[in-house]
Design a protein around this ligand. Structure first.
Ligand SMILES: *[C@@H]1O[C@H](CO)[C@@H](O)[C@H](O)[C@H]1NC(C)=O
Ligand SMILES: *[C@@H]1O[C@H](CO)[C@@H](O)[C@H](O)[C@H]1NC(C)=O
Ligand SMILES: *[C@@H]1O[C@H](CO)[C@@H](O)[C@H](O)[C@H]1NC(C)=O
Length: 578
C-alpha cells in the first residue's frame, strides 16, 4: 500500500517539477523509496551534502547557473567506489543548490582524444547565453589534451546532452610542459581586447606551472610564452581558478570584470600537498601578469580555503543572486575497502559564498543562505557562563544532522598565553592540545558527534594567544577521539587567525552531517572540514556539548542549534518511472 502511495506522489511531483520551471520549492521533490532504501545500514551517508547515489566522486566540474537552473558536473567513476580509468562527467541540476536531480552523464570517454577518461574542466557562458565546457581528455596515448563540448539544445534548461567539438582536441601540451601533467582548464575570461583567456594546470619536473592561452573564437588557442604562475619544488598545479572579487562588499562579480573596484584571486590545488591554496593580488591584464600579495612558502603562513579536507575546488558567478560560490571535493578518511563496502566515496562541501575580507588580506567563506531552508527544530541558549572545566549538553536536536551557530564572549585578553605564532605549526599545536589539555583562554568550543560518555567525540575549539605584536586565535578540529574504529585517518587540523582585540566576541558555525563536520570560525575567516566515522555516536546516539577547558571562564553569549532536514537528491530516471 505504502509503495503505491509513494509512486503516485512521485509521478505527481515529477510532473509538477518539469512543468513549473524556476522557483520551485523543496516540497515538490519526491521522497523516493529508492533513496530511503539506500540509507539503511549506511550510518555515514550524508543527508544534506551532495552525493551521487553510489560509487566514486571527486572534483566538482563546470558549475554554472543557466536559465533558472544550477548545474553541477563532477568527476565520477560509474563502475566502482574507487577511482578508475573511465572517469566521466556526471551531471546534476538544482533550483536552489541544496535539492538536486541527477541526470545522465554529460560527457563520457568515446573518442581517441578522451578514450581513457574525461577529467576536470570548467564551464564558460559565452555572449548570447551560450555555455561551453573545456575539459581534459586522457587520450589514446595517455596524454592530457583539452577538449571542447557544447550543449545540443540550448532551449533545454537542464542541458542534458552535450556534443563534443569535431576538431578536438583544441589544446595540446605546449613546450615545457609534461604531456601527462597538463590539465583542468579554468573558466575563461574576456579581456578588454576581446580575446578569451583560459588557464591550465601543469608541471615541468619539480616546477608547478599554470599556463595561459588566448583565443578570439574559443576554438583556436595560442599559448602565452610566460607561465601565468609558477612555483619551484611543488609538483603539478591542479584545478587553477582565477576570479575577481570586489574590494568592498559581499557581492560576487562576473569572471571577466576588470576595473578599479576589484582585486583578483588565483587558486591552485597542489597535488603534492592535497590542499587548495589561494593568493589575493593584482591582475595587469595587458601584460597577462598576476602579481600576488604573498608568495607560496610551503608553511602554515600560506592561505588555504580550508585547513582540513577540501580539494580541487572551483568557483562560479551566480548572476541571479550576485554572488560567487565555491564548491570543493571532500574525500573519505576511511580505507579503500570501507569505500567498497559502503558502495560510495567522496562528498562535495556545502556550497560556500566567498568574498574579500575588509582587510583585503583573505577571503571570507560562508555556507550559502539557501542551506538555512533545511533548518528544523531549534534550541537556543543565551548568556550561559562556562566556568573553567565546564561542559554543557545541548539536547533537543538531531545532533548527527545539525547546523550550530555560537557566539562566545571572551575575557580580557591580557592574560592570554604567549606564543610566537610565526614559528609554530598550528596543526601540530592542535595535536598537542589534547595532551596538555588546558590553557588560559581556551580551548573552548563544541564537542560534536559525541557519544554520551564522550569516549567518542570530535572537538572544534578556539584557544587565544598573545603573539609579539598582536593577538591570535588557534582554531582546531581534533579527530583523534572521533571513533573507536582504528583503520581511519584521524589527523587533527588547525590554523591561526588574527584576533581584533576591540572585538569582545568570537563566533563558530558548524555543519554536522553524519560523517562530515564543516566548521567556520570567526564568521568564515578560517574554515576546517573533517570526515569522521563514529562507531557509537551514530544517528540518535550522537550528542552535542559546549565546553571550556581554559582556566578563565567564558560566556556563551548566544547559541542557536537546528536539526537539519534531509535534502532531496534523486535520479531523474527514478523520478520518471518508479
Ligand atoms: C589561430 O589564431 C592565431 C593567432 O590569432 C592565428 O595566427 C591563426 O591564423 C589562427 N588559426 C586558425 C586556423 O584560425
Ligand atoms: C614573490 O616572488 C617574486 C619572484 O621571486 C618576487 O619578485 C616578488 O617580489 C615576491 N613577492 C612577495 C610579496 O614576496
Ligand atoms: C584523501 O584522504 C586521504 C586519507 O585521509 C588523505 O591522506 C588524502 O590526503 C586525501 N586527499 C585529498 C585530496 O583530500
Amino acid at each position: 500500500m505504502e509503495l503505491g502511495v509513494a509512486v503516485l506522489l512521485t509521478l505527481l511531483s515529477v510532473d509538477f517539477l518539469l512543468k513549473s520551471g524556476t522557483g520551485i520549492g523543496i516540497d515538490a521533490y519526491p521522497n523516493s523509496i529508492h533513496s530511503i532504501k539506500l540509507h539503511e545500514g549506511q550510518p555515514y551517508r550524508t543527508s544534506y551534502h551532495f552525493q551521487p547515489s553510489k560509487n566514486w566522486m571527486n572534483d566538482p566540474n563546470g558549475p554554472m547557473y543557466y536559465k533558472g537552473v544550477y548545474h553541477l558536473f563532477y568527476q565520477h567513476n560509474p563502475f566502482a567506489a574507487t577511482f578508475g580509468d573511465q572517469i566521466v562527467w556526471a551531471h546534476s541540476v538544482s533550483y536552489d543548490l541544496i535539492n538536486w536531480i541527477h541526470l545522465n552523464n554529460a560527457i563520457e570517454p568515446s573518442e581517441p582524444y578522451d578514450i581513457n577518461s574525461c577529467w576536470s574542466g570548467s564551464a564558460t557562458i559565452l555572449p548570447g547565453e551560450k555555455p561551453v565546457i573545456l575539459y581534459t581528455g586522457i587520450d589514446e596515448n595517455k596524454h592530457q589534451v583539452q577538449n571542447l563540448a557544447t550543449p545540443k539544445d540550448l532551449s533545454d534548461p537542464f542541458l542534458r546532452e552535450w556534443i563534443k567539438y569535431p576538431q578536438n582536441p583544441v589544446i595540446t601540451p605546449p613546450n615545457g610542459v609534461e604531456v601527462d601533467n597538463f590539465r583542468d582548464p579554468s573558466t575563461a575570461w574576456l579581456g578588454k581586447d576581446g580575446k578569451w583567456r583560459v588557464i591550465i594546470g601543469a608541471q615541468n619536473g619539480d616546477e608547478g606551472k599554470v599556463i595561459l592561452f588566448q583565443s578570439d573564437d574559443f576554438f583556436n588557442w595560442t599559448v602565452d610564452p610566460n607561465p601565468f604562475y609558477a612555483t619551484d619544488k611543488t609538483g603539478v598545479c591542479e584545478c587553477p581558478d582565477f576570479f575577481p572579487v570586489f574590494i568592498h562588499g559581499r557581492n560576487g562579480v562576473d569572471t571577466s570584470v576588470q576595473n578599479p573596484s576589484v582585486r583578483h584571486v588565483a587558486k591552485i590545488s597542489y597535488l603534492s600537498r592535497q590542499h587548495d591554496y589561494y593568493f589575493v593580488g593584482k591582475y595587469v591584464d595587458d601584460q597577462e601578469l598576476f602579481i600576488p600579495d604573498t608568495n607560496f612558502t610551503g608553511t602554515s603562513l600560506d592561505l588555504r580555503y580550508d585547513y582540513g579536507k577540501f580539494y580541487a575546488s572551483k568557483t562560479f558567478f551566480d548572476h541571479q543572486k550576485h554572488r560567487r560560490i565555491l564548491w570543493g571535493w571532500i574525500n573519505e578518511s576511511d580505507s579503500t575497502q570501507d569505500d567498497i563496502d559502503k558502495g560510495w566515496a567522496g562528498l562535495q562541501s556545502i556550497p560556500r559564498q566567498v568574498w574579500l575580507d575588509e582587510t583585503g588580506k583573505r577571503l571570507i567563506q560562508w555556507p550559502i543562505e539557501d542551506v538555512e531552508k533545511l533548518r528544523g527544530e531549534q534550541i537556543s541558549i543565551n548568556g550561559e557562563k562556562l566556568e573553567s572545566g565546564s561542559r554543557i549538553e545541548v539536547s533537543g536536536i538531531t545532533a548527527s544532522q545539525a547546523d550550530i551557530e555560537v557566539i562566545y564572549e571572551m575575557p580580557e585578553l591580557e592574560n592570554a598565553e604567549l606564543i610566537d605564532s610565526d614559528s609554530v605549526d598550528p596543526q601540530l599545536l592542535c595535536s598537542q592540545e589534547y595532551a596538555s589539555s588546558c590553557g588560559t583562554i581556551g580551548p573552548f568550543g563544541l564537542s560534536v558527534l559525541a557519544s554520551e560518555d564522550l569516549i567518542e567525540q570530535t572537538e572544534i575549539s578556539f584557544h587565544i594567544y598573545k603573539a609579539p605584536t598582536r593577538y591570535v586565535g588557534l582554531m582546531c578540529s581534533d579527530q583523534s577521539r572521533s571513533s573507536l574504529r582504528k583503520d581511519l585517518d584521524k589527523t587533527t587540523y588547525g590554523a591561526f587567525f588574527d584576533i581584533d582585540p576591540r572585538l569582545k566576541t568570537i563566533s563558530l558555525r558548524v555543519l554536522i552531517d553524519h560523517s562530515i563536520v564543516e566548521s567556520f570560525g570567526e564568521e568564515g575567516r578560517v574554515c576546517i572540514t573533517s570526515r569522521v566515522y563514529p562507531s557509537l555516536a551514530i544517528g540518535k546516539d550522537a550528542h552535542l556539548f559546549v565546553f571550556n577547558k581554559g582556566t578563565q571562564s567564558i560566556s556563551l553569549s548566544k547559541l542557536n542549534a537546528w536539526s537539519m532536514n534531509k535534502a532531496q537528491i534523486n535520479n531523474e530516471k527514478a523520478l520518471d518511472c518508479s
